[in-house]
Write a protein that binds this ligand. Structure first.
Ligand code: FAD
Length: 401
């Protein structure tokens, strides 16, 4: 009997219950995934759908890392055209799966405005970045601005643009949805379960040693966010990430006032979630002040609750200044997260040089990229394909030394 017929026959016998299920399962590629964030969750779904025997390891809780602390803005606002095309493809993938997976994406577009000359240059640069997309940014007159966002009080407007490309989501809800569908396809999640070391024989992966036991594996996808370098070091591979903290203020729910991502003057970025809460920041990274030294240098938390609340209140007050009808909506909580930021700012995706059974996926904008990366990892790991679009993002571009 030819091998394919034999395997086919086994699958039929397994379905009829006549074959030891573990034996039948052994015919499938055993793929471990480190990380239960949005990237690992999307990969788990696509690999399980593709027929792999998937086991996912999460040391804390699903979405506990960067994902929980993310702004959740689906965007292609980036200067590099190749990277922008990748992000646009992933946004298109979100359009396809939004309803199927009940992700609850708000497709409210991107609204960006400036009050002065310096801000206008920034708005123009953003418009130029979106010029060649399917949704080029268009200039808004005062009347168009008011019609598009009637609840917004933008203040003096020197320039305003709008693009319908962008959306936003609740990253925790989306991750849980990916995981739920992955489970339905047979993926297993071990949580809490920390991967502590890896066993190799003759350069090939044998197993992962975890806090709950040793798991034999054929392949391991490392989607461990800011912990990715620690996992790769277990295979002797060095990868450096940039330390990139960011905080977000979350309000209690307000009446619905805006659907768009609002990129306002003074570095204020905000959105309104489907539950009505306002989420945003007034600073993409901590300023270079002594009080922020600890956060600027290493992953940690605000030094005390007073500073956390002070930042949250300040950011929310600035947001509410643009939404006067929400003036009495109180702060709910403030998150501080650490972006998995490769040193050149671009994703790192692919087999790890010197450890062919290890496949790394680490990126900023992982919320935007998660669906596409799930599809690409499936095509490469299960379909034997070499996705040409991933060529600039291979881990081998970083010199080892
Ligand atoms: C403030 C902020 C704003 C952001 N805004 C946006 C945005 O608007 N749009 C966008 O697209 N992206 C944004 N990002 C980036 C985005 O959130 C991340 O790129 C994305 O969440 C990464 O997902 P991930 O699954 O790769 O990593 P993570 O969510 O960090 O998940 C990794 C998981 O691995 C687990 N883990 C680590 N080590 C181990 C181990 N040894 N064993 C078991 N489990 C382990 C961790 O517990 C964690 O849950 C933002 C990030 C931050 C912090």
């Amino acid at each position: 009997m030819r091998r394919r017929q034999f395997v086919h026959g086994l699958a039929g016998l397994a379905a009829s219950g006549l074959v030891w299920p573990a034996f039948a399962r052994r015919q499938r590629l055993r793929v471990g995934i480190v990380g239960g964030g949005i990237v690992g969750a999307s990969i788990a779904l696509r690999l399980a759908e593709g027929g792999a025997d998937v086991v996912q390891f999460e040391k804390t809780a699903p979405a506990a890392g960067a994902t929980r602390n993310s702004f959740g803005w689906l965007n292609a606002l980036v200067a590099d055209p190749h990277y922008q095309a990748l992000r646009i493809r992933s946004i298109a993938a979100y359009h396809e799966i939004d309803g199927q997976l009940d992700l609850g994406i708000t497709w409210g577009g991107y609204l960006n405005w400036a009050r002065d000359q310096a801000g206008t240059e920034f708005v123009r640069a953003n418009a130029a970045q979106l010029a060649h997309t399917r949704f080029p940014a268009r200039d808004l007159s005062a009347a168009e601005f008011a019609a598009l966002a009637p609840s917004l009080e933008p203040g003096p407007v020197a320039a305003a643009i709008y693009s319908a490309l962008d959306g936003h989501l609740d990253p925790v809800r989306a991750t849980l949805s990916f995981l739920q569908h992955a489970r339905r396809q047979g993926a297993r999640m071990l949580c809490p379960c920390e991967v502590r070391s890896l066993e190799f024989q003759g350069g090939r992966l044998r197993s992962a040693m975890t806090s709950t036991g040793t798991i034999p594996l054929d392949r391991l996808v490392v989607a461990a966010g800011v912990d990715t370098p620690k996992l790769l070091a277990m295979a002797g591979y060095k990868l450096q990430l940039r330390h990139a903290p960011g905080f977000l203020a979350h309000s209690r729910p307000a009446p619905m006032l805006t659907q768009s991502i609002c990129d306002a003057p003074g570095g204020v970025e905000f959105k309104q979630m489907a539950d009505g809460s306002l989420v945003g920041t007034d600073s993409p990274e901590p300023p270079d002040l002594p009080v922020h030294a600890q956060i600027r240098e290493q992953a940690g938390d605000f030094p005390d609750e007073a500073l956390r609340t002070w930042h949250g209140t300040r950011a929310l007050d600035k947001i509410k200044a643009f939404l006067p009808t929400a003036h009495d909506v109180p702060l709910d909580h403030v998150t501080l997260g650490f972006r998995p930021m490769p040193s050149d700012g671009f994703p790192v995706v692919g087999a790890v040089p010197g450890a062919p059974d290890l496949y790394v996926v680490v990126t900023h904008s992982g919320v935007t990229l998660a669906p596409l990366l799930g599809e690409y990892v499936r095509a490469e790991l299960l379909g034997g394909k070499n996705i040409a679009e991933l060529a600039p993002y291979r881990p081998g571009r970083f010199a080892q030394g």
